[in-house]
Design a protein around this ligand. Structure first.
Ligand code: ATP
Ligand code: LTN
Length: 348
């Protein structure tokens, strides 16, 4: 991976003659389609913005995607589409490795081992399982229950320092830290680096357009609840036009009015303006004017991403080559961690 020095970043130098050591960032995203504005503003955009500061590993987590039923062809296509979309959003392979989780078998292997060290009581507390499993617990796959353990393995295999994610992953990150600390203590050896989450104050929780009490989600059955990164200008206009607001018609940030505040938060992230500036711009104007301005910002933000995505998707050989090369370059890190883990346990 090529390295560009960036003054003021996390770079540390061991001695005058040794190269700088960058802190490692790891994050993952599911290839489940419908990649939306929440994924972009809560995660992907931050990965891109800070990629030159860190040693970055990003992973398309296809093993996580099979915890719920998914069509094989759709999974395969979504995985390549996700790779193209991440590059189109600005991930740069000079600074990042981007690979497919199932290409590195150490993830699945470590997951079995770590499952054996995970108290069921800890997994019983995971709220995402309860939301995703629904009511028919007898038929849901056990992979969904163990999902957070696989996520912990993704992170721990690479001796990760920072994990940039949206707010919904806070509980999974705590579990990862607890599992790592417990394992290190149990075997009196620093087998795993203890990772820290990077959850931004603004953007970590973009809400659904039709029900602003729920997070914007890939799996929401209502497509109008989210803006996807591949939506056309017409779709964006329609979805923003229909987005839930209230009857007060005041374009102001107000936690009591979750719908307009969510839309204003999106506008703030896209324009980089302060809350005061935005409120001043729309003082005396109605929701119609604000929604038109937000639509324009969204269309202009997504236009170059969509153009680049279409170019990248037309070169599947390049995409597959990049994914393979990244996997080859990071795999030794994962293999080393797994071997250390097996050695301390006494496996083999
Ligand atoms: P689902 O909603 O179906 O569980 P997802 O939208 O959470 O899927 P993931 O691939 O699981 O998609 O998440 C990728 C990244 O996007 C994670 O870092 C996650 O925290 C972040 N993220 C997801 N939804 C939001 C949201 N509404 N606001 C901010 N960040 C989000
Ligand atoms: N569980 C995450 C996706 C994910 C992930 C990871 C994120 C899988 N492995 C490792 C960060 C680090 C989600 O559902 N958004």
């Amino acid at each position: 991976m090529s390295i560009e020095l960036n003054p003021g970043s996390e770079v540390k130098t061991n001695t005058i003659t040794q190269p700088p050591i960058r802190k490692r960032v790891f994050s993952g995203i599911q290839p489940t389609g419908n990649t939306h504005l929440g994924n972009y503003l809560g995660a992907i955009r931050n990965w891109v913005a800070e990629q030159t500061h860190y040693d970055n590993i990003f992973c398309i987590v296809d093993l996580h995607a099979i915890t719920l039923p998914i069509d094989p062809q759709e999974l395969h296509n979504n995985t390549r589409q996700m790779a193209a979309l991440l590059l189109a959003c600005g991930l740069d392979t000079r600074y990042c490795n981007l690979f497919i989780q199932s290409h590195i078998h150490e993830h699945a292997e470590m997951s079995w081992i770590l499952n054996c060290f995970t108290p069921m009581g800890w997994l019983n507390r995971m709220t995402q399982f309860k939301t995703k499993a629904g009511t028919d617990l007898d038929s849901v796959g056990t992979g969904l229950y163990c999902y957070p353990v696989l996520m912990a393995c993704d992170i721990l295999l690479y001796q990760t320092h920072y994990v940039p994610v949206g707010d919904d992953q806070r509980q999974h990150l705590e579990l990862t830290r607890d599992l790592a600390q417990r394992f290190n203590t149990m075997y009196k050896k620093r087998v795993f680096t203890i990772p820290e989450g990077q959850i931004r104050e603004v953007g970590a929780r973009i809400m659904s357009l039709d029900d602003p009490t729920k997070k914007m989600s890939k799996s929401d059955p209502n497509p109008s609840s989210r803006i996807t990164l591949l939506d056309s200008p017409k779709e964006i206009k329609q979805k923003i036009g229909r987005a839930t607001t209230d009857s007060e018609r005041l374009v102001t940030f107000d936690p009591q009015r979750a719908g307009i505040t969510n839309l204003l938060g999106i506008y703030q992230l896209l324009t980089g303006q302060s809350q005061q500036e935005i409120e001043a711009t729309f003082a005396g104007k109605g929701y119609g004017d604000f929604k038109a301005a937000l639509t324009e910002q969204l269309v202009e933000t997504l236009r170059p991403i969509q153009q680049r995505y279409n170019e990248l998707m037309s070169d599947q050989t390049m995409l597959d080559g990049m994914l393979k090369q990244s996997a080859e370059s990071v795999r030794p890190i994962a293999a080393k961690t797994l071997q250390t883990m097996k050695d301390v346990i006494g496996l083999g």
